[in-house]
Write a protein that binds this ligand. Structure first.
Ligand SMILES: N[C@@H](CCC(=O)N[C@@H](CS)C(=O)NCC(=O)O)C(=O)O
Length: 207
C-alpha cells in the first residue's frame, strides 16, 4: 500500500491507523499547493480530486476519501480492533462518527476556518456557532467514555484526534472543553499516535 499524504492534514489519521495496526506502507508527501508529490510526480494523475489522502492498494486500485480509506486499512487488520466487524451494530456507530467528523467538524468547521477564500461571515458562523455545537456534542459523548465507539481505539478516534490537532492553529482554545482537551492529550500518548504525529511535525517543520 502507498499513502499519499500532506503533513498534519486529515491524512494523518490513515498513517495512525497503519501504525496502530502494524501494516507496512509507502508514504508519499503531496504539495497541496502545486498538486505534485515531493518526488515531482503529478498528483492529479493519482487522485484527480487533488486532495489527500489517497491510498494505492497492493493491486493498484486507488482509494480516496478518508473515511473509506480508514475502514479499508482497519479491515485489512481485523485483530487490531480499529473497526468493529462489518454487520455488527457498532460498525454503523463507527460510520456515524466518521461521517460526523468528516462533514460537521472537518469540513464545516476547520476547512472554513483555514480556507482564506471563505468569507468572514462564514468563518464567524463556523467559529461562534458550528464549532461550539460540535465540540459540545463530542464532549458530552466522551465524558464517560475512553473512545468514541465501544471499548477500543478505532479509526474514528484517529480521525477525531487528527481534527483536534487543528484547534490550536485554528485559534481555538480546546481547554474550553476540558473533556476533549484531556481526551486529546491522552490519545497523543499512544505510541503509534506519538510516532505518526512526531514524524509529520518534523516534515511540516522541514517544509
Ligand atoms: N473529501 C475528502 C476531503 C479531504 C481533504 O479535505 N483533504 C485536504 C487536507 S485535510 C486537502 O487535500 N486539501 C487540499 C485541497 O482541497 O485542494 C476526504 O474526506 O478525504
Amino acid at each position: 500500500m502507498d499513502l499519499y499524504f500532506a503533513p498534519l492534514s486529515c491524512s494523518l489519521a490513515t498513517r495512525i491507523a497503519l501504525y496502530e495496526s502494524d501494516q507496512p506502507a509507502g508514504f508519499h508527501q503531496v504539495m497541496l499547493s502545486t498538486k505534485r508529490t515531493a518526488a515531482g510526480a503529478d498528483y492529479l494523475a493519482i487522485n484527480p480530486k487533488g486532495q489527500v489522502p489517497a491510498l494505492v492498494c497492493d493491486d493498484g486500485e486507488v482509494l480516496t476519501e478518508g473515511v473509506a480509506i480508514l475502514q479499508y486499512v482497519a479491515d485489512r487488520a481485523p485483530a487490531s480492533g480499529l473497526a468493529p466487524p462489518a454487520g455488527e451494530f457498532d460498525r454503523y456507530r463507527l460510520q456515524q462518527w466518521l461521517n460526523y467528523i468528516a462533514s460537521e467538524l472537518h469540513k464545516q468547521v476547520f476547512y472554513t476556518l483555514f480556507n482564506p477564500a471563505v468569507p468572514a461571515e462564514a468563518k464567524a458562523f463556523a467559529r461562534e456557532v458550528a464549532l461550539p455545537q460540535r465540540l459540545d456534542h463530542l464532549s458530552a459523548h466522551l465524558k464517560d467514555r475512553a473512545y468514541l465507539v465501544g471499548e477500543h481505539f478505532t479509526v474514528a478516534d484517529a480521525y477525531l484526534l487528527t481534527a483536534l490537532n487543528w484547534a490550536a492553529p485554528g485559534g481555538v482554545d480546546l481547554k474550553r472543553w476540558p473533556v476533549l482537551a484531556e481526551w486529546h492529550a491522552e490519545q497523543l500518548q499512544r505510541p503509534a499516535v506519538a510516532r505518526a504525529v512526531g514524524e509529520e511535525f518534523a516534515l511540516r517543520a522541514a517544509a
